[in-house]
Design a protein around this ligand. Sequence first.
Ligand code: FES
Length: 343
Amino acid sequence: MSSDLESRGEVVVPDGAGAEGDPIPNPGVPPHEPRITDVDEAAATRAERQIATMFGLAAVLVLAFVVAYLLVPKHAAFLGFGASNLALGMTLGLALLLIGLGAIQWARRLMDSHEIVEERHPARSSDEDRAEAIATVRLGGAESGIGRRTMIRRTLIGAMAALGLPVVILLGDLGPLPGSRSAHTIWRRGTRIANDVTYKVLRPEDLELGQLVNAVPANLEDLPEGSERNNARAKAAVILVRMEEGDFRTLPGRRDWSVDGILCYSKVCTHVGCPINLYEQVARQVLCPCHQSTFDLADSGKVVFGPAARSLPQLPIMVDSEGYLVAQSDFTEPVGPSYWERG
Ligand code: FES
């Protein structure tokens, strides 16, 4: 079948394509346009030189990579970056980039250029195959007796329709949304703070200067054993650390959130919720083992390294009438990963 475009010479329809009866006329391909490098020898030479320059520079950069690896000191800094990493990354990265760009230019400007038409075999099956398939389906239907056995047919249709119900019912598990539930833990005003191994309730004098203690709310024991208690424990876990008074920075409004230099923070990493448990006493920082987020306990739990985007939530604490460390309230912000924080 020839189209108007073909008769005007704007497209070329390959031999044998566009057979009579095809549902969509073959649009053909535009006539071949030679590139400047196909018709101008000087342009081809220029392109060759440019591409060779890129490959040559890439080779020089690879040598520079080897030199940088051998000579740049591992701990030297440049513009605030590690000089060694910077030099290795820049040289090897640029070398790979130049090789890639050179290859692309080579293919686009100098390699042989001509259109290729790949014929597809007809998608339609032969008449014999179609007739055979229909006969097989009919035979199957006849042998199963589905046409005669109306009771089986109806109950099967009913069973298949019922299968849609679990899908609808299970959608209910997608909701309701947790709302503000994720923002709360079982800490309450007056909840005593207990060591998370011995469950001994803690007094300020139980913590030495510089010491860090993992702790939980003492009212955990009131919850039934099992997943409810485990979940509550995971969310409410805290770390207590004691520092010299005046040796740490608190946020405005949090001056009375500590007791004798004892500060209390959530133990749940604000990245994706791993328990934080590596303590660097000298730096007064805690490190999350999952992705190395590091939090400065002497600076209101601020993130100093790693992927966490939010400071560790601080639990306000005080001492009760019997001298035990207790919470002043629940956390004032959601604990755990930042995606818990909404609104
Ligand atoms: S969960 Fe702590 S750094 Fe990723």
